[in-house]
Design a protein around this ligand. Sequence first.
Ligand code: SF4
Length: 93
Amino acid sequence: MVCQTVRQGFECFFMNKKGCQFNGGSCHPIVEQCNGCQRAMEFPTGTYCLSFPDPAIKWQAGNCNLATHLKKAGNGTSRGKLNPLKASKRRAH
Ligand code: SF4
């Protein structure tokens, strides 16, 4: 259903006829690490993540797996690395 609380107008899994079913009754604002991420969006109610209702949880155990501002750095370093599938085939021969 479409959100009626902090991310008004956006489709959300937690919204139903009774209101927002997420813990606390609404999304939690982004955390410092989210700055620069394209999924963070400003609403009249604050800045919220378009993918996760509680961004702090996504950063508790390391980097958020959907952070768009971190992916760019990762792509540059993975270049030239051996394809793990090919590597395992080589070892098998
Ligand atoms: S996708 Fe991750 S890094 Fe980006 S705003 Fe959401 S929680 Fe933050």
